[in-house]
Design a protein around this ligand. Structure first.
Ligand SMILES: Nc1ncnc2c1ncn2[C@@H]1O[C@H](COP(=O)(O)OP(=O)(O)OP(=O)(O)O)[C@@H](O)[C@H]1O
Ligand SMILES: [Mg+2]
Length: 315
């Protein structure tokens, strides 16, 4: 039995015309791993997490968490999971400590054992010294840490984090990523969602790439990158955004994909980097642009997404 098993999940909002947020999605999460759902806005990540949290019923399909059905045994599932939602939900007028006490009572915790666990969690999220301040005075990163703390109070076996680093400063981001790694090392199985390729790469044992409700690929980073085949990635920086070049380069033989220009940066996938490079310089010169940097690298997850969808992950 896998720790989490998802089979043919389907969810359409406002049928029959509404978006199919999750379309026949299946995947497994092994006990003890960090599994990331990577995908752009609207991919269906939050909808998937909501179904696995028993907050939303699927139209079709089934998911089991720790062997329990999310549709038929939601109370069992809820006891096993800690959920850090995408939108921070805290009482701004209460202190960090009071917020955690509130969530602990929601989990049925009481008295001295709750107090002790809140102390531990405050220590874990690094907010012991600010525990008595109103949450309204916290930074975004501190609020996010309280959110994470709330999900950890009942020592869950599974932790879901839905884009926990969006909109916070780099230092808080770093501390959250490190905390996720620590928790995972301590035995917590993690389901993480993000649209940042770098985070998925850094954290995950396995990654599911989602797009427009579909699970388009699942595997380790190595397995996913191999989907791109024996290709090289060429990263080019230009002194200006030259949209015309993206079009020209897409038509070159030996080029399989070209990302949308982003602030003068473009990436290409090719079977034959050596032959191609002089052409790139030549085309740039003709377009009145200058290549200021060029480098060769292995394909990354961004390239896997581009290869599978023809679009950039950032969009
Ligand atoms: N409550 C809702 N009612 C109607 N449509 C919804 C609702 N929630 C999500 N959707 C739609 O379902 C699709 C998937 O949304 P979802 O929030 O699961 O994506 P996501 O991958 O989490 O995106 P993001 O990275 O922006 O958080 C989108 O088209 C979205 O507009
Ligand atoms: Mg979301």
């Amino acid at each position: 039995m896998e720790a989490i098993e998802v089979e043919g999940l389907q969810k359409q909002f406002d049928p029959p015309k509404g978006p199919v947020a999750v379309n026949d999605v299946s995947f497994e999460i092994h006990e003890g791993e960090v599994f990331s759902l990577l995908g752009p806005n609207g991919a269906g990540k939050t909808t998937t997490i909501s179904i696995l949290s028993c907050l939303l019923k699927p139209d079709r399909g089934e998911a089991r968490v720790g062997g329990f059905s999310v549709t038929r045994q939601p109370e069992k599932v809820k006891g096993l999971i800690g959920v850090v939602p995408q939108d921070i939900a805290l009482y701004e007028d209460m202190s960090g400590r009071e917020n955690l006490l509130f969530w602990g009572r929601m989990y049925g915790m009481r008295g001295a054992s709750l107090d002790k666990r809140v102390d531990e969690v405050l220590e874990l999220i690094g907010l012991l010294d600010r525990q008595k301040d109103r949450v309204g005075k916290y930074s975004g990163g501190m609020k996010r840490r309280v959110n994470i703390g709330a999900a950890l109070l009942h020592n869950p076996r599974f932790l879901y984090l839905d884009e926990p680093t969006v909109g916070i400063d780099p230092q808080s981001r770093r501390s959250i990523l490190d905390k996720v790694k620590d928790l995972n090392a301590a035995g917590v199985t993690v389901l993480y969602t993000t649209h940042y390729m770098e985070e998925a790469q850094e954290l995950s044992d396995r990654i599911g790439i989602m797009d427009q409700g579909n699970m388009i690929a699942v595997g380790t980073q190595g397995e996913l990158v191999r989907l791109v085949g024996e290709r090289t990635r060429i990263d080019v920086a230009l002194d200006r955004d030259a949209d015309i070049l993206a079009g020209q380069w897409r038509r070159l033989s030996g080029v399989t994909s070209v990302s949308e220009p982003d602030d003068g940066h473009m990436s290409l996938l090719t079977d034959d980097a050596n032959t191609l490079m002089p052409t790139l310089f030549e085309n740039a010169r003709t377009a009145g642009a200058r290549i200021t940097e060029i480098s060769l690298a292995e394909p990354n997850l961004e390239m896997v997404f581009l290869h599978l969808t023809g679009r950039a992950l950032r969009d």
